[in-house]
Design a protein around this ligand. Structure first.
Ligand code: MG
Length: 389
C-alpha cells in the first residue's frame, strides 16, 4: 500500500502534537513529508528526528537560542517566514495537509494547500470564519476535500453524512462552558488570567482556552458551521454540556436527535481526517457510557456576550465575522499580557463591531484588509481606554 503523504502545520501546538501521535499509532500507513511551526524549534527538532520529514518551515521570528536549535535539524529542507511556509506547502508533494495553526495566520496556508491540490484537514477555524465562501468554492473547484477536525464540526460532518439536508431541522453544537461555567456574571468581574487559561475538559493552547471561557470559541464555531454546512445561523443552536462527551447533535424533521459521543480526545477526529475516506479502528481505548452522566444547560447570553455577537456578525454578513475574529484576537492577546480584564474582552469586540464592516469580502485581499483594519480599530479603542500607549 502507498503511504499517505501528510504535511502537518502547527506541528508543535496541541493539534500538531496529537496528529503526530495518531500517525505514530497508525504506522506504517503515513509518511510525514513536511512540518511547519511558528518558533518552537526545540520541539520541532525532536519531531524531525522522529518523523524524518523532507522539509520544515519556521514561520515566526526566532530568538538566539531557537536559531541555534535550527542547526540540530540535520538533513532537511528549511523554509523561513510566512512566505516560506506557503512555499513549502506549494513545493512539497502531499495527499493531505493538517492545518493546526492557531488564529488568522492559518488562512493563507489553508488556501495554498487547496490551490495546490491537497486535501485539507482543518482544525484552524479562522480559515472558514474569515473566508468560508471563498475556501468552500475553491475546494469544490479544485476537487479536494475539506475535512473538519474541530470536534463539533467533525461530529456534525459525520451526522450529516448520507442525509438529505432538508431532513435536518437544526444543528446543535455543544459547549463545555469553559473555565468559568459555574460563576455568575458578577463573579466574572474578578477572575484572574491564571484561572482563564485552565480548561476543565480539554487540554489546549492559551488562546483557545480563553476563547472557551468567553465562548468566543463557540461563536467562531457557529460561524464555521454556518459556512461549512450551509445552514442559516437561526438553525444552529448551542447547548452547554459540561462533560464534553457529546460533541454535537442534529435534529431531524421527524423529531429525532442524533448525537456523536466519545471521550473528549482530539485524536479521534484527527484519525478520521487522516484515514479519510476509510474508517479505521481507533487508536485510543473505547469509551464506556456506564457510570457516566450527561447533562445539558442553556447558555446565559449575558455571561457569554461573545456568543451572541457571533450570531449578529453572521446576520450582518460582509466583513463582520472577520472583524469579530480580529478584534477578539487582539483582545485576548491584551488579556493574556494583563492589559485588560476578562470582561473587557467582549466589550472590546463589541465596540469594534460598531464600525461599518459591510464591504465586499469576496477576494482574499479584501478579507485580509478587513482583518487588518479591524485590528487597527481595536487597538485604537484600546488606546482610548488608556491601557496602551
Ligand atoms: Mg471545538
Amino acid at each position: 500500500m502507498n503511504r499517505k503523504k501528510v504535511i502537518v502545520l502547527g506541528s508543535t501546538g496541541s493539534i500538531g502534537k496529537n496528529t503526530l501521535k495518531v500517525v505514530e499509532a497508525l504506522e506504517p500507513d503515513f509518511d510525514v513529508v513536511a512540518l511547519g511551526c511558528r518558533s518552537n524549534v526545540r520541539s520541532l527538532a525532536g519531531q524531525v528526528r522522529e518523523f524524518s520529514p523532507r522539509a520544515v518551515a519556521v514561520a515566526g521570528t526566532l530568538d538566539r537560542e531557537a536559531e541555534r536549535s535550527l542547526s540540530e535539524l540535520g538533513q532537511v529542507r528549511l523554509y523561513r517566514g510566512e512566505e516560506g511556509l506557503l512555499e513549502m506547502i506549494a513545493e512539497t508533494e502531499a495527499d493531505l495537509v493538517v492545518n493546526g495553526i492557531s488564529g488568522s495566520k492559518g488562512l493563507l496556508p489553508s488556501v495554498k494547500s487547496l490551490e495546490t491540490g491537497k486535501n485539507l484537514a482543518l482544525a484552524n477555524k479562522e480559515t472558514i470564519v474569515m473566508a468560508g465562501t471563498l475556501v468552500s468554492d475553491l475546494a469544490r473547484r479544485i476537487g479536494v476535500e475539506l475535512l473538519p477536525v474541530d470536534s463539533e464540526h467533525h461530529a456534525v460532518y459525520t451526522l450529516l453524512h448520507n442525509r438529505k439536508k432538508e431532513e435536518v431541522q437544526e444543528i446543535i453544537l455543544t459547549a463545555s462552558g469553559g473555565a468559568f461555567r459555574d460563576l455568575s456574571y458578577e463573579q466574572l468581574k474578578h477572575v484572574r488570567l491564571e484561572d482563564a487559561v485552565t480548561h476543565p475538559n480539554w487540554n489546549m493552547g492559551a488562546k483557545i482556552t480563553v476563547d472557551s471561557a468567553t465562548m468566543a470559541n463557540k461563536g467562531l464555531e457557529v460561524i464555521e458551521a454556518h459556512y461549512l454546512f450551509d445552514f442559516p445561523v437561526s438553525a444552529i443552536k448551542v447547548l452547554i454540556h459540561p462533560q464534553s462527551y457529546v460533541h454535537s447533535l442534529v435534529r431531524t424533521t421527524d423529531g429525532f436527535l442524533y448525537a456523536q459521543i466519545s471521550r473528549p480526545d482530539m485524536r479521534l477526529s484527527i484519525q478520521d481526517a487522516l484515514t479519510y475516506p476509510r474508517l479505521q479502528r481507533s487508536c485510543i481505548e473505547p469509551f464506556e457510557l456506564t457510570g457516566k452522566s450527561l447533562s445539558f444547560e442553556p447558555v446565559d447570553p449575558r455571561k457569554y456576550r461573545l456568543l451572541s455577537l457571533a450570531y449578529e456578525a453572521v446576520e450582518r454578513s460582509g466583513g463582520y465575522a472577520i472583524a469579530y475574529n480580529a478584534a477578539n484576537e487582539v483582545a485576548v492577546e491584551q488579556f493574556l499580557s494583563r492589559g485588560i480584564s476578562f470582561l473587557e474582552i467582549s466589550s472590546l469586540v463589541e465596540d469594534t463591531l460598531q464600525d461599518d464592516w459591510s464591504g465586499s469580502t469576496s477576494r482574499i485581499e479584501e478579507i485580509l484588509q478587513v482583518d487588518q483594519e479591524a485590528r487597527r480599530r481595536t487597538v485604537e479603542i484600546l488606546k482610548k481606554m488608556k491601557r496602551i500607549a
